[in-house]
Design a protein around this ligand. Structure first.
Ligand SMILES: *[C@@H]1O[C@H](CO)[C@@H](O)[C@H](O)[C@H]1NC(C)=O
Ligand SMILES: [Ca+2]
Length: 239
């Protein structure tokens, strides 16, 4: 899969700031489009929080934690952007499941701890900058990506390459396979964010598109981009 934006890899500090500008812009516009809390931005990493970030488990070079297992964050819920920002202050971002093995790990975390739902970094490219991308049409099939690293997802109507199942639920509010953008039909709110729901539609643990204003606990995953940036600007800091 090509990265969604060309400069997704090997970021210098300057490119990093440009990337932030792009993402900040997109996030702000997306927030405005949702008419929820206008003028919101992505948070910058906080070096001390990065150094002391919760490390609940480790997989393939990344640390992860569930907010419900961190005393200061337990019982708190966040809308999607606030969820990203909670993670980003720790040099992390919402979890991205690019492989079946990683997805199974997160499904198991949800099952073992009986977690009702979480946010992931999955996002529909439906904000400014996405209009001219013919390769993202139709959006409900080709328009999804991981915002943590801007990687495109597999088409939603297929079993992803290398996977044995399609992680998107086969059912939902409209008794149709996901993503179904169901809340748009109810009151015009687009379901632009990717949540894992635990058997909410009697469908087991599965991916659903959900409107981004809903509040959920989150799983944070190390962001190499933010860790590298904080490492390069804070020599000697142990991350
Ligand atoms: C849309 O409907 C959902 C579900 O009933 C509700 O929670 C939400 O507040 C509604 N949003 C608006 C903008 O009316
Ligand atoms: Ca849905």
């Amino acid at each position: 899969m090509p990265p969604l934006w060309k400069n997704a890899n090997s970021l210098t500090a300057t490119a990093m700031m440009q990337t932030w500008a792009l993402v900040v812009c997109a996030a702000a516009l997306a927030a405005l489009a949702g008419a929820q809390k206008p003028g919101r931005f992505l948070s910058l990493p906080q070096p001390q929080k990065c150094a002391n970030r919760p490390k609940e488990f480790f997989y393939r070079g990344h640390n992860y934690f569930f907010t419900g297992h961190v005393p200061a964050l337990a019982n708190k819920k966040f809308d999607w952007l606030d969820g990203r920002n909670i993670c980003r202050e720790y040099c992390m971002d919402l979890v991205s499941m690019e492989t079946q093995e990683e997805n199974n790990l997160i499904f198991k975390l949800i099952q073992t701890n009986d977690i009702p739902y979480i946010w992931t970094s999955g996002r529909l490219c439906d904000f400014k900058g996405c209009e001219s991308r013919k390769d993202l049409e139709p959006k409900n099939i080709f328009g999804w990506f991981w915002s943590a690293n801007r990687e495109k997802m597999s088409p939603t109507n297929q079993i992803p390459n290398g996977w044995g199942y399609n992680p998107w639920s086969q059912t939902g509010h409209k008794k149709q396979r996901q993503p179904d953008n169901a809340e748009f039909d109810i009151n015009g709110t687009t379901e632009s964010c990717l949540s894992i729901l635990n058997n909410v539609y009697n469908d087991g643990i599965a991916w659903h598109d959900v409107a981004c204003y809903h509040e959920k606990p989150v799983v944070c995953e190390d962001s190499e981009e933010l860790l590298n940036y904080v490492a390069s600007t804070n020599p000697g800091l142990r991350l």
